[in-house]
Design a protein around this ligand. Sequence first.
Ligand code: M6R
Length: 588
Amino acid sequence: MCGIIGYQSQNKEAFDKLDEGLKRLEYRGYDSFGFATISEGNLLVEKKIGKVSTSSIKPLPGKIGIGHTRWATHGKVTEKNTHPHKDCAGRLAVVHNGIIENFQELKKDLILKEHIFLGETDTEIIAHSIEEFLKIGYNLKQAVIGTGNLLKGRNAFVVLDSTTNKMIAFRNGSPLIIGIKESEIFLASDIQAFLHETNEVMYIDDNEIVVINGGIEFFNLKNGEKIEKRRIKIDLDSNVFEKGDYKDYMLKEIMEQKETLAKAINQDAQKILHVAQEINNAKNVFFIGCGTAARVAHTAEYVFSMVADRQVNFIPASEFENYKHFLLPETLVIAISQSGETADVLEALNVAKEKKSRIISITNSPESTIAKMADFPFLINAGPERAVASTKATTAQIALVILLAYACTGELIEGDKVLLDVAGKVNDMLNPRYKEHIKALAEKIFKKENAFIIGRGINYPMALESAIKIMEVSYINSQGFAGGELKHGPIALIEENTPVIALVSEGKTKEEIISNAIEVKSRGAYIVGVSPENNEVFDYWIKVPEVDEVASSLVNLIPMQLLSYYLGKFRGHDVDCPRSLAKSVTVK
Ligand code: M6R
């Protein structure tokens, strides 16, 4: 949520590096963007509403600079609210990611001290607060430390100072990382911003500041003491972030599911068995996540019940605090998060830590804050997911959850076999003809304003997830329901030709979900069946491979991802960057 970039070099111009880096961070927010550089002691700032990849801005001269792509939290999408923000004197420029929870109180105080605010963002207080500390005689480093210590909430910011020609970064709760390429220094919210330039990095941890002034110096926020840091080489090829032959990341990532399921279950058997033992020994187990990851956590309830005969609980991470009185040292909290940076999950894990509960993470990012907080971090190895709509990470997470459930029953090898079989079937399924078949359905229904998805058992959370996918990419009002729930209210919304998609699996829920489809068809619904077998109730049939009921969650979801993609395309949307969303939700 919001992307930060910084750059300094002795002899190269900063602007192109900042611009390129920011384009690679666009997935973090795309409401507006801006840059600041220093040239001959002058602070230069340019900002614009819109996406950095599709709008151009006048290049700024200078060998040091910062950039920002915004996902609006405080204040509308206006140029005044676009970062970088300046202090009153125009000496400093600040870019920020996070939410300053006590900003109203800090702002009041600064207004009393006669600071002038131009917009409504919480960020502006950082520039004015540093300015205030400078006024009373602090040097820049002390002023950043003083300001950093005032901020409540999860934040990261970078300040550019035209007087000292320095850049100082602050991190507490929102990600920031440094990249080094000979005499060039990069600073970014995500390694993706500079991996095409260098794979040599230095990690900034929480409660640290970094002074960049030709060199790189780390300091502790609490006592101002210097910290020694190592340079690390990351083993990641920047090509994995590219679109390749695809027009959109979303389609590329859907198609990558040909391989990602097998990669997700390729885990260290000893670690899986150890964690399975922890699950078996735990007094209670909570799966948590947000959005699509919450749907995976919800799926885990069904998976563990069906495979391991074990009760586990699903709680949306943002609601987790309400359950804190159930947390014990013998409690296991399993956090699911693609990015590993989602603020609500981090908050929930802080609660779990307070209660000394054990933490397992399932993320797609080894260096993420959530992975670092976990006692046992699992990686799904899906490769970077750039499209805001999660696809390949979701199925990889579900596959790993299924594997863990099998391991809990002592049947890890059987679980591996089942999932490898599914991975092979998914590989066959994702062929050009299949895509065309789903595209043809999207063409039929893309003008509809409502769509309903129904499922029973494990396909109930899949119906909920399918609804998220359709709504975020196509903006069609789509809702998922447990098949049996439809006639308790939502059936009133069914009109002639309203699409109702039934997720069917071979197993005990099959007949009931078909009955539910018949019920709505008799009210005029247009029934789409996602099922291994055709049925006379279906107006349109999407065939999926026959797999066992647990694995139907995987094979039924994939056509729904494709349908969402094509619905978004037919409706003319930017499927990779849907409106109002961002890939990594680092604010509560
Ligand atoms: O990075 P995370 O998995 O923690 O993200 C959680 C949600 O923000 C995310 O799944 C969101 O719902 C996606 N846009 C859904 O496609």
